[in-house]
Structure formats: structure tokens, C-alpha cells
Design a protein around this ligand. Structure first.
Ligand SMILES: [Zn+2]
Length: 77
């Protein structure tokens, strides 16, 4: 049994990994690190639909059911 290493400070995703990840919605748009409000947040934001996907234990959860925001929800003020 091996323990995963601690996530790096400030959680940085591997740029190569980020490049191959895509939004699970039908447009499959690229994602970018962080949220619009906090670029250092442990999350990935879709550049197309604006959905925000959580990152748990350093692993992006690219599920539409887990996403926050996106089309149809309107702006949160
Ligand atoms: Zn999207």
C-alpha cells in the first residue's frame, strides 16, 4: 500500500495533462486551471461553457453532474 504524495503547493496541474483534458459536454472544449474568481483554485473551468469542475485529491472530476455553473444557470451575483 502506497500513500499518494502530497499535492504541490498551490496545486499545479501538469500542462501536458491539461492539454489532453476536455469538457465532457458535446463541444469538448479545452479546460483551464482554476475558476474565473480564483485562478489558483483546485478546479478546472471550461473555456466554452464556463462549467467549473472540481479537483479532488489532485484528480479532475470531469462529470457534468459534478460541474458547477454552465449554461442556463445565469450569473450568480
Ligand atoms: Zn464545456
Amino acid at each position: 500500500m502506497s500513500e499518494p504524495q502530497d499535492a504541490p503547493v498551490g496545486w499545479g496541474i501538469d500542462p501536458v495533462l491539461l492539454e489532453v483534458l476536455a469538457c465532457p459536454a458535446e463541444h469538448h472544449a479545452p479546460l483551464r486551471q482554476g475558476t474565473p474568481d480564483d485562478p489558483a483554485a483546485p478546479a478546472l473551468t471550461c473555456t466554452e461553457c464556463g462549467r467549473i469542475f472540481p479537483v479532488r485529491d489532485g484528480i479532475p472530476v470531469l462529470l457534468l453532474d459534478e460541474a458547477v455553473g454552465g449554461p442556463g444557470l445565469g450569473a450568480v451575483s
